[in-house]
Design a protein around this ligand. Structure first.
Ligand code: ADP
Ligand code: MG
Length: 388
């Protein structure tokens, strides 16, 4: 049995699908954001790391200016699109081709840099719908493949911006920069401290296994509902608070007590409390990791969860229950991750308690007759790279 993303197996599948061998295989990881939730659009800080799991692309150049893509997760015919053209969102693609806007959008954004047409076969071992950023992994694997097939060199921070632009302009999702930056810039044994205002980042040592710890990603099995509207609502509240406080973004609030005293709307006070303290928690977490105090990170995660639950008000029952059960079973800390109202949680636990933690969360779920959670042990891994 070969691993799901064995590059040789993907190359063989490419040869079968396209009747010739690929020139190479590229891989880009999904990510988990350790801490820094709803800070990105407030010009603040985030601290993601790359997973071992991600998206792989087997690829060969074409001379006809067309991108032809197939995905093992999207059975059906290949999707073909010229690499030259306007926004894909304006072209009225059928719904079953929607996924191909990610790679085709990347091809259109990169074409002015000198990349050309290509045939791509895509495969992924990221769990679906768990908020681990499969879209950025797909964009970044495609971007790296297209650049290397044409001998085009783009520095990785700029490539992250271009992949983000592809998602904005060709998929129509106004995402932040974190997912693409994490997928392209992360290193094994590290997290990436990213300043969302400047785009500058630095590597911070994060190897939970070396510290006798396990970082569990818990798929809480609750899926987002109405997230688009709730997300936009939180963003709007943050913008309104920044305007009332006379700062460009909530990142610029230096005097939290003064800011809270001057806001009359209690909802805005709670939102500001979360964003400002969350930025401090990212900086504190970074300091703890640089000092080698990995276990102490747990308290930051739990503080972040309580702030997201009580001040930002975006947690959901399964996430609260998972964090509480994990703590009772000896975890060092944990929190919900992502936009809110569904998706995943993370838990930091001593490696020898990880089994107890899983059992405790499972038992708490069973008591409430919820669909059982799924677990993934996260290992901070390398960013996007050629694998064959
Ligand atoms: P996330 O990035 O958190 O996983 P998104 O909604 O941003 O969630 O992106 C998921 C979308 O990315 C899917 O609906 C699909 O269109 C596309 N996608 C991701 N992985 C693949 C894949 N292996 N094959 C085809 N499309 C994929
Ligand atoms: Mg995404």
């Amino acid at each position: 049995m070969t691993a799901p993303l064995d590059p040789d197996a993907l190359a063989a599948a490419f040869t079968e699908a396209f009747r010739h061998a690929p020139e190479g295989v590229w891989h880009a990881p999904g990510r988990v954001n350790l801490i820094g939730e709803h800070t990105d659009y407030n010009d603040g800080f985030v601290l993601p790391f790359a997973l071992a799991q991600g998206v792989s692309v087997a690829a060969a150049a074409r001379s006809d200016g067309v991108l032809e893509v197939r995905s093992r997760q999207a059975p059906g015919d290949a999707v073909r699109a010229p690499v030259a053209g306007g926004p894909i969102t304006a072209e009225g693609w059928p719904a079953e081709h929607a996924w191909a806007a990610y790679p085709a959008g990347v091809a259109r954004v990169l074409a002015p840099y000198g990349t050309g047409g290509a045939s791509l076969l895509i495969d992924s071992d990221l769990p679906r719908g768990a908020g681990l950023s499969s879209s950025a992994a797909l964009e970044c694997a495609t971007a790296l493949a297209l650049c290397e097939l044409s001998g085009v060199h783009v520095e990785r921070p700029e490539l992250a911006r271009l992949a983000q632009r592809a998602e904005h302009e060709h998929v129509g999702v106004p995402c932040g920069l974190m997912d693409q930056a994490a997928s392209l810039l992360c290193r094994a044994g590290s997290a990436l401290m990213l300043d969302c205002r400047s785009g500058l980042s630095s590597h911070v040592p994060f190897a939970p296994g070396d510290a006798g710890l396990t970082l569990l990603v818990v798929d809480t099995r609750a899926r987002h509902s109405l997230t688009a509207g709730d997300y936009a609502g939180r963003r709007a509240e943050c913008e309104r608070a920044a305007a009332e406080l006379g700062v460009p973004a909530l990142r610029d609030v230096k005097d939290l007590a003064g800011a809270l005293a001057s806001l009359r709307d209690p909802v805005l006070r709670r939102r500001v409390q979360h964003v400002v303290t969350e930025n401090h928690r990212v900086e504190a977490a970074t300091g703890l990791l640089r000092a080698g105090a990995v276990a102490e990170l747990g308290a930051m995660l739990t503080a972040s969860h309580l702030s997201l639950r009580d001040q930002f008000e975006i947690s959901w029952p399964q996430a609260d229950t998972a964090v509480e059960a994990a703590m009772r079973a000896g975890a060092r800390g944990g929190r919900m991750v992502g936009g809110g109202f569904g998706g995943s949680a993370i838990v930091l636990a001593p490696a020898d308690r990880a089994g107890d933690v899983r059992e405790a969360i499972g038992a708490a779920y069973a008591k409430r007759s919820w669909e059982p959670p799924a677990f993934l042990e996260a290992a901070p891994s390398d960013g996007a790279r050629r694998t064959r």
